[in-house]
Design a protein around this ligand. Structure first.
Ligand code: SF4
Length: 244
């Protein structure tokens, strides 16, 4: 059994093809811009302004029952299931059982991770996962601590090791104007990722302020109160420096 806080069907962003995303609760990071702050605590939570509850206990069979409803779409689109969070590696035994069940059902498996977990867990998942969606937030470890609550050495080391092991990787960069998007920040990410041999794609995830509303709903303190979206000039510069 594990705690799942959402299952979204029909997505096209979290990996190739049409996908179902399964959101596992709990995260060891505390990103100040987090768009899913209600996912951070490992336990089931109640909203303070509505009767909404975040998280419910589910078995592997129950989750797979939902996932397999769209099996025909996965086959026709080259899609599958994406396990995300929170940080899905936190509920490791549950995640591993889900990956094994999806693999047994011949469903493409992606794991969306912050990378902040012991290497042994990644090593155990390697034979069960087709694609890692891997966040890179800031290459400077001191600022990484300030932005996320944890240093980045383990994250970078796990990424190097996944790459050497031959895992297929899509890098995702959550970018927040004025925080982690200077030209030197982007150049440092680019220098790191250009040395990876198995990175298939590098994506930008622009800041959006959805987390603020969720903080209010669940009675959580928000540490970053910017309400504006990145401008089109921000997006153009990010693409040019990071991917151009
Ligand atoms: S890693 Fe993701 S879920 Fe965890 S705090 Fe950061 S943005 Fe939120």
């Amino acid at each position: 059994m594990g705690i799942v806080f959402d299952i979204k069907r029909g997505g096209v962003k979290d990996g190739p093809g049409i996908r179902t995303s399964v959101f596992l609760k709990g995260c060891p990071l505390r990103c100040i811009w987090c768009h899913n702050p209600e996912s951070q605590a490992a336990e089931i939570q109640r909203a303070v302004t509505t009767d909404e509850v975040c998280g419910r206990e589910m078995s592997v069979d129950e989750v797979m029952g939902e996932v397999l409803r769209d099996a025909v779409f996965y086959r026709t689109s080259g899609g599958g299931v994406t396990f995300t969070g929170g940080e899905p590696m936190l509920q490791f035994d549950f995640l591993k059982a889900l990956c094994a069940a999806a693999r047994a059902a011949d469903v493409h498996v992606a794991v969306d991770t912050s990378g902040y977990a012991p290497w042994d867990r990644f090593a155990e998942l390697l034979p069960l996962v087709d694609l890692f969606l891997y966040d890179l937030k800031c290459m400077d470890s001191e600022r990484h601590v300030r932005f996320t609550g944890v240093p980045n050495e383990l994250i970078l080391e796990n990424l190097r090791r996944l790459d050497v092991a031959g895992a297929k990787i899509w890098i995702r960069c959550p970018l927040v104007p004025g925080l982690n998007d200077s030209d030197s920040d982007l150049a440092a990410i680019r220098a790191f990722t250009s040395a990876l041999r198995n990175m298939e794609k590098q994506e930008i995830c622009p800041y959006h302020p959805l987390g603020l509303e969720k903080c209010a709903k669940f009675g959580l303190a928000s540490r970053y109160a910017e309400k504006a979206l990145p401008t089109s000039a921000d997006l153009a510069r990010w693409r040019q420096v990071l991917c151009g």
